[in-house]
Design a protein around this ligand. Structure first.
Ligand SMILES: [Zn+2]
Length: 209
């Protein structure tokens, strides 16, 4: 048993984090998450058909006389649409987390408490509904199962304000600034910049031990 343990330790020490495949993930209120690499996302349009159907059925419901038979029948249809979207979303999160856990050695996320965040920001519904918390949970489970790692980057790490090219840290960045502009010439999507910073911060942490 001792032998096995030291073998394991050697392996861990030798792991080449300098060149490890690390995926950085930045939480996004809309669209759930932004990745530091081009991840093939089939979710574009994945739920669109179901959501269009839901909107249609909800419109019909609004025209039904409350309490009528039609009303109850229509209400049931709306509920079924919700159910379908829920299960499609769950399915999608499982697939995506599986693919990532297969393809990457390490996944880096911000150490944010989703529950506290939704409460303090009063965004409750959208934060909880976009599935990010569940996604992170699935990722951690699937990575650990493969002997890989989910790394949490400190929540005070300035992932949004830092320039991913030159490391300069902006004093101010408004939520409405969707593009990160730096004096070094870097011009990049705000969330992509953050995701890359999260990835590199995780690499730094792993190399530091
Ligand atoms: Zn810069």
């Amino acid at each position: 048993l001792l032998y096995e343990k030291s073998d394991c330790e050697n392996q861990a020490e030798e792991f080449d984090y300098e060149n490890a495949k690390i995926l950085g993930i930045d939480y996004a209120m809309h669209g759930m998450a932004v990745f530091s690499e081009d991840i093939q996302k089939e979710n574009e349009g994945y739920f669109r058909k179901s959501e269009e159907r839901l909107a249609r059925e909800q419109r019909k419901l609004s025209h039904c006389v409350k309490g009528s038979n039609n009303y109850y029948r229509q209400k049931k249809r709306v509920a079924l649409c919700h159910e379908k979207i829920r299960s499609q979303r769950k399915d999608f999160l499982h697939k995506l987390s599986h693919e990532i856990a297969e393809a990457y050695d390490v996944v880096a996320v911000e150490d944010i408490d989703m529950k506290a965040m939704s409460q303090c920001m009063h965004f409750g519904k959208s934060v909880m509904d976009n599935g990010y918390g569940k996604f992170r949970e699935l990722l951690e489970y699937k990575l650990t199962w493969r002997g890989k790692k989910l790394v949490r980057v400190d929540r005070f790490f300035p992932s949004s304000k830092k320039c991913c090219k030159c490391g300069n840290i902006k004093k101010e960045l408004k939520l409405s600034d969707r593009v990160y502009l730096c004096t070094c010439g870097n011009r990049i999507d705000r969330d992509l910049n953050a995701a890359i910073n999260i990835r590199e911060e995780a690499r730094r942490m792993l190399l530091a031990g």
